[in-house]
Each structure stands twice: as structure tokens, then as C-alpha cells.
Design a protein around this ligand. Structure first.
Ligand code: ARG
Length: 563
């Protein structure tokens, strides 16, 4: 129960004219802490009760059950509530001590599946910063829903099918070099792809050749399939290096090609339901009644299927295979129209579960405030960038803590964590400017700042040799610790909010707040000094570290014990 709910329930017991929810909305946070933690303004009742607000406030303060409060006081037209900090802090600390990293675990999901369609780069094309965002946001959402009792299924819907593979086969057979591709798969394959596209503009017969090869591929021709398989394997070697660096794993790499033999069923179903219309030889579905202007094209005039056809097959397959409670597509804003069409087609087919599909979109990343563009040379190459982040983390650690054991692993956790955290603390529909200096800084609202706060607390706990004790009674009542207690108490709700809004930034901002509040506390309080409150202060430190570490884990960010 939040403190608002607690207070509102007590008020509701004495106010017959207002329900608890209305009261919750009326409660205000006083500007000054000397006026209590929350205040109820009695104005709204003056009319109904035909009494002066001051009088009402006085009566309410008199009648209310004040057992959970330090005091309840009428001041003018307000009833001010002072929570019993000792009691509440005791409850909160006991709960964290009891559950450790499982504090705030919830069982909303009852182990039902949630699909995260995430990362999903295209074979033989560079892994873009958009794919990085999808990977990092998807991974975090997976941890968040898991904390709420769902079973996350991370699916990498690889872009491994389409006419471009015909192009690539033609180019490779003409100019390709096996050793070169094996040494640098993506950049070699991309070169071939760029060259064939350029030459096809001069010589359209290349297009025909490509179409033939793609047809062969679809027809399971041995040579076509083995080249395609090889392009895919080599690309995955490179992608997997990135995933390993990011410490992200997938449950499935079933991409577009996987649905090659599952599309006839989709077309059959659509025909059966009489949804397809002919449009100059192509098969389309009209979606005007969903407010969608452009019909969805399901089959081209040459019989080829499209991106959306494969996504329809994927949706059906996933519903059958996983019976998902939700299916989340973590894909950039620029594909919003595609996912609107996808959902609408499924709805039109009579599948109400399409309401459980959500496009979780995100904004663009810029560099030096300019749009990224391969053509203009404004690119972020992922692997070197991650390595650079790790190097910068390493040099800061060298300066701060030169004798640290295990420095390399910690620098990796900090460098990679910095990139992830920066991405995740941004409201996902906003973009951001990719600036390593800001990301890896130990100051400001960054991953390293939060990690450092956590590591510092661990060092305090080591010095004190503190072991949390489930039998002990911890309690605190000062204002600085109260800030922290309230945040920790709010953590379960924060996780639900992050999940409801598909917004890891809510967790990231919470982690920053908690780290800042603790640093403030640390500046005021000599935690290790001999003092009757020493154990409770240490318990508060322990609880803060536990929740910080857990918040970071939900973002896919490690929390080293030393740095
Ligand atoms: N491969 C696509 C791209 O790079 C993203 C795929 C997203 N997932 C999906 N089910 N359509 O743009």
C-alpha cells in the first residue's frame, strides 16, 4: 500500500461523503516537511457538509484512527498527516532484509508467456544503433516482466529473407571471395550488395538473375540454400559477438526465413475469410475501417510474399506455440504504420488476441545532433564504440582505484552498462544524442554514477562486516533516511509502472533518485560511527544497495561490488 492509499483509507473511514479514490486524488504534498508528509484539504467538503473547512479539518483530525501516524494535526483548512517514520522504516527494512534481491518480486504473470520481438537485425547488413536500442530496451523489458511473474521469451526475428538474398547470391558468384567474407562478413557482404545494386541500375538483367536466384532459394535449390545459409551463419558470428559483449541472450533466432513454409496457410486463411482483393495483380487487404489509409499488400503481382506476410505467419505461430499473454515488438517509430497494419489484419481475421500485441516504438539516435547516415559517413560502428566505452571506464577506474582486482571485467561492466543505462534512462519514444563522454561519466545521471553509489555502499558494508539479520528490529526516523525509505517502499509500484508503460526509463530514473538520496544521506550521516542507530543505518545501506543492484539488473546492467 502506498502512503497515499494508507491515508486515504483512514480518511474514507470517517468521511462518508467521499470515496477512497477521490480522497487519494485530493491529498497534497505540503511544500514544507514541517507540515507533514501529506495533507488533506477540507475545502471540497465545505459545500456538502455546509460547514467551514477549518471546522471540518478539526473534526476529522479528532476522529481519525491515528495509530500509523506520528501525529495527525488540523492546521487551518488542512488535515496534516505525519507518518510514523520509525514504524514504517522498520517494516520496509525488514521486508528487504527478508527477501534480499527478491524484494518487490510479484506474481501478476502467473508464469504466462510474454514475447519480446527484439534486436532483429538484417543478415548481411550492419547492426545499426536502432538494433542496439531494440536489443537493450527489449532485454530490459524482459527482466521487468519476469520480475512481475511472467515468463519472457526473447525472439530475434532476423531479417534473413527476401529478394535481396537473390541479389547477394548473384554478386557473390560474380565477385565474391570466401576468405574475405569469413574475415569480415558484414562489411564484405555489404560491399557486394552495394555493388550489385549499383550495377543493376545500368544492367537490368542482373535484377532478373537475382529474382531467379531468389526463386531458387524459395524452391529449396541446394546451391542457393547453402549460400544463403552461409551468409546467415557468418553474419550471426558477427552479431553474436555484439550480443556477447552486451550480455544479451535469445530464446529463438527464428527470423523471416523460418516462416517461408508457413505463409501458404496465412494466404489460405485470408482467402477463406474472403479478405483479399486484387489490386493490379497484387493481393491486398483494405483496412479503411481501421482508419488506415493504405491497404496492406500481402502478395505482390509476381507472387512474392512481403515483410508483413511473414509477420502475419509469425504472429499465428507465436500465438500457437507460446499462447502469449502479450506480444511486444520493440522496433523503431519508423515502422509504426507496419505494425498498425499487422494488428488490423489480424483483427480483421477475427483474432481478438491481436489486442495483446503492442508495438513498443523508440526514437532516433543522433550523433553530434545530426542524423546518422551511412551515406554521409555519420555512423556509429557498434563494436569499436563499445570497446571505446570500456577503455574510458578503465581509465577512470585506473585513476580512482588503481589496485582494484579484476579491473578488466569491472571496466567492461561499467563501459557497457554506461551505454545501456543512457539509452534506457531516455523516455523511449524520444531520441538522444550518442555521446560517450556523457554516458561514461561518473557524474550526472549516468550508469557509472549509480554503479559507483552501489559499490561505495558495498564497501561500507564490508568495513562494518554487516550481515542483515531477519530477527533484528531496524528503525530510523530522520528526514534523510525517510527519503530513502519512501523510495524503497515505492519500488514494487515503480516496476509495475515501467511494465504497464513498457518504459524502462521509469526504473532508470528511480535508480538515479535512490543513488542521489543515499549520497545525500551519506554526506549527513556518519554511518560507521558508534551510535545506537548504527545497525539500522547499516540496514538502510544494505537495503539501498540491494534495491540499486536489482534496479540495475532490471536494466540489464551489472553492479560490481567494487570499482
Ligand atoms: N529486421 C527489421 C529491421 O531491421 C526489424 C524486424 C522487427 N520485427 C518484426 N517482427 N517485424 O528493420
Amino acid at each position: 500500500m502506498t502512503e497515499k492509499q494508507l491515508i486515504a483509507s483512514k480518511l474514507a473511514a470517517v468521511l462518508n461523503d467521499l470515496d477512497q479514490e477521490t480522497i487519494e486524488q485530493l491529498l497534497e504534498k505540503p511544500k514544507n516537511a514541517s507540515m507533514g508528509d501529506l495533507a488533506f484539504p477540507a475545502f471540497s467538503l465545505a459545500k456538502v457538509l455546509r460547514k467551514a473547512p477549518n471546522l471540518i479539518a478539526a473534526e476529522v483530525a479528532e476522529q481519525i484512527d491515528a495509530s500509523d501516524f506520528e501525529k495527525v494535526q488540523a492546521v487551518g483548512p488542512y488535515v496534516n498527516f505525519f507518518l510514523d517514520k520509525s514504524k514504517i522504516s522498520g517494516q520496509v527494512l525488514a521486508e528487504v532484509v527478508q527477501h534480499g534481491s527478491h524484494y518487490a518480486d510479484q506474481n501478476l504473470g502467473q508464469n504466462r508467456n510474454i514475447i519480446l520481438d527484439m534486436s532483429s537485425p538484417n543478415i548481411a547488413k550492419p547492426f545499426s544503433i536502432g538494433h542496439l536500442r531494440s536489443t537493450v530496451i527489449g532485454d530490459s523489458l524482459a527482466y521487468i516482466v519476469e520480475k512481475l511473474g511472467y515468463n519472457p521469451v526473447r525472439i530475434n526475428h532476423l531479417g534473413d529473407w527476401g529478394k535481396q538474398f537473390g541479389m547477394l547470391i548473384v554478386a557473390y558468384k560474380k565477385w565474391g571471395d570466401q576468405a574475405a567474407v569469413e574475415a569480415n562478413p558484414i562489411s564484405e557482404l555489404l560491399k557486394l550488395y552495394v555493388r550489385i545494386n549499383a550495377e543493376a541500375e545500368e544492367d537490368p538483367s542482373l535484377d532478373d538473375e537475382a529474382r531467379d536466384w531468389f526463386r531458387k532459394l524459395e524452391a529449396d535449390d541446394e546451391e542457393a540454400v547453402s549460400l544463403w545459409q552461409w551468409f546467415r551463419d557468418e553474419s550471426l558470428v558477427e552479431f553474436n559477438r555484439i550480443y556477447q559483449g552486451l550480455a544479451v541472450d535469445f530464446d529463438s533466432y527464428n527470423g523471416e526465413a523460418f516462416y517461408n513454409d508457413k505463409m501458404d496457410e496465412v494466404i489460405d486463411l485470408l482467402e477463406e475469410k474472403d479478405l483479399l482483393q486484387d489490386s493490379r495483380g497484387a493481393q491486398v487487404i483494405n483496412l479503411e475501417k481501421y482508419g488506415i489509409e493504405h491497404p496492406a499488400m500481402i502478395k505482390k503481382s509476381d507472387g512474392a510474399t512481403l515483410y508483413i506476410t511473414r509477420d502475419l505467419a509469425a504472429a499465428l505461430y507465436r500465438k500457437r506455440t507460446y499462447d502469449f499473454a502479450k506480444s511486444i515488438y520493440v522496433v523503431g517509430n519508423e515502422q509504426a504504420a507496419h505494425f498498425k497494419q499487422l494488428k488490423a489484419v489480424l483483427k480483421e481475421m477475427g483474432y481478438d488476441w491481436s489486442d495483446d500485441m503492442h508495438h513498443v516504438a523508440f526514437g532516433l539516435v543522433t550523433k553530434e545532433r545530426k542524423k546518422l547516415s551511412t551515406r554521409k559517413g555519420n555512423v556509429i560502428l557498434l563494436e569499436p564504440t563499445i570497446n571505446e566505452a570500456v577503455n574510458r571506464a578503465q581509465s577512470q577506474i585506473d585513476a580512482k582505484n588503481p589496485d582494484l582486482p579484476n579491473k578488466e571485467a569491472i571496466a567492461r561492466a561499467v563501459g557497457v552498462g554506461a551505454i545501456k543505462f543512457y539509452d534506457l534512462k531516455t523516455d523511449r519514444t524520444n531520441g538522444y544524442d550518442f555521446d560517450l563522454d556523457t554516458m561514461v561519466s561518473f557524474e550526472g545521471e549516468t550508469g557509472p554514477y549509480v554503479q559507483y553509489a552501489h559499490a561505495r555502499i558495498q564497501s561500507i558494508l564490508r568495513k562494518a562486516d554487516f550481515k542483515p539479520n531477519t530477527e533484528a528490529t531496524y528503525s530510523l526516523s530522520d528526514n534523510e533516511s525517510w527519503e530513502i525509505i519512501k523510495l524503497i517502499q515505492d519500488f514494487p509500484r515503480i516496476i509495475r509502472r515501467a511494465s504497464d508503460n513498457y518504459e524502462p526509463s521509469i526504473i532508470a530514473k528511480f535508480a538515479i533518485n535512490l543513488a542521489q538520496s543515499f549520497n545525500k544521506y551519506y554526506a549527513h550521516t556518519r554511518i560507521l560511527d558508534d551510535n545506537p542507530e548504527r545497525d539500522s543505518r547499516l540496514a538502510l545501506s544494505y537495503a539501498t544497495a540491494t534495491v540499486l543492484k536489482e534496479a540495475l539488473r532490471l536494466l540489464g546492467v551489472e553492479a560490481p561490488n567494487e570499482m
